[in-house]
Design a protein around this ligand. Structure first.
Ligand SMILES: C[S@@+](CC[C@H](N)C(=O)[O-])C[C@H]1O[C@@H](n2cnc3c(N)ncnc32)[C@H](O)[C@@H]1O
Length: 307
């Protein structure tokens, strides 16, 4: 699908939200065009989890986008836009003189993203359904951004190279992803540490790269981008902050089928009904701070001569 079909069919305005996106429960593991699985799916619980996750990393994301040089008036492409959180933040940063196109292959997620933009009168932010591995734009962009997309993809540098074709000479490529390598509690809380390990192992079992945040700059370097910078933003969630248990339990719940099927933990150990409450209780009992995965960003510029 080309960018000219960006708006797609108009959504039913009567009731657009998570439950419209549910259809029949979307399979937990869906296949990408690369034959690589997207392990998180798009059911209503998962879309709600993405909202909570996006809120928790909005500050870090804004900081990284601004440090990278996203600025007013730019025309920006957002890869794997999902519910459009990054696209809408980009919309604020580029202002009404700029434009943002969010690309995702999930029509369900895009229906929600489009409706949110329509409700907020953000007409300079639009969305297109397509696969990031193959989609091509008609017009070049000043910047291409992708948050939490490279870690799902088998050949991240190939995807970056593919989208360099969409950048004008001197244009900016920004990638933001998690590095789970430093995630921990302080002091040690065994259940929370187990949950962090289950999550990391489940992502790896599904073919994702949960530590990719640490390698973003070297991935960009492989593609021939110039002026590469990288920076990580680390949150410290305090013992009485309910977001800590909610975020960790949320991702455990989404990955529970993989965790159990791959023998990473038993259904009884995971116990999705009680996992959030148990983690919250243990964090509070130990007066522990949760360091969630670092939000890492890397960015670089396309040379003036075509790469
Ligand atoms: C973890 S979500 C991140 C969403 C958003 N970028 C954010 O940071 O909030 C990953 C998104 O990438 C999309 N995705 C995964 N593989 C894709 C592909 N090959 N082409 C297009 N979208 C893809 C999924 O549909 C999903 O919406």
């Amino acid at each position: 699908m080309s960018e000219s079909s960006t708006r797609g069919p108009q959504p039913d305005r009567s009731r657009v939200g998570y439950h419209r996106a549910r259809r029949s429960r979307v399979r937990m593991v869906s296949e990408t065009s690369e034959g690589r699985s997207y392990v998180l799916g798009h059911d209503s619980d998962e879309l709600a989890r993405l909202d909570r996750q996006a809120a928790s990393i909005a500050g870090a994301t804004r900081l990284l986008l601004q440090a990278a040089g996203v600025a007013r008036g730019m025309r920006v492409l957002d890869l794997g836009t999902g519910l459009g959180h990054v696209a809408r933040m980009l919309g604020e940063l580029v202002g009404p003189q700029g434009t943002v196109v969010g690309l995702d292959r999930s029509g369900d997620a895009l229906t929600v993203a489009r409706q949110r933009c329509e409700d907020a009168h953000e007409s300079h932010v639009s969305f297109v359904e397509g696969d990031v591995t193959s989609w091509r734009a008609a017009e070049p962009f000043d910047a291409v951004v992708g948050r939490l997309i490279l870690f799902h993809l088998a050949e991240p540098s190939d995807i970056v190279r593919h989208h360099l074709e969409h950048l004008r000479p001197g244009g900016l490529f920004v990638t933001i992803d998690f590095d789970v390598g430093g995630a921990r509690t302080e002091p040690r809380v065994p259940l929370a540490l187990d949950a962090l390990q289950w999550v990391e192992q489940a992502f790896v079992a599904a073919g994702a790269s949960p530590r990719i945040g640490a390698r973003l700059a070297s991935i960009l370097r492989q593609t021939g981008l110039h002026d590469i910078n990288t920076l990580g933003v680390q949150a410290y969630l305090q013992p009485d902050n309910p977001v800590a248990a909610s975020l960790l339990a949320g991702v455990v719940r989404s990955l529970a089928p993989v965790i159990v099927q791959r023998g990473i933990a038993t259904a009884e150990q995971v116990d999705v009904q009680t996992i959030e409450e148990r983690i919250a209780r243990e964090l509070q009992r130990a007066n522990a701070v949760l360091l969630p995965p670092t939000v890492a960003g890397a960015w670089g510029r396309k040379g003036q001569v075509t790469i």
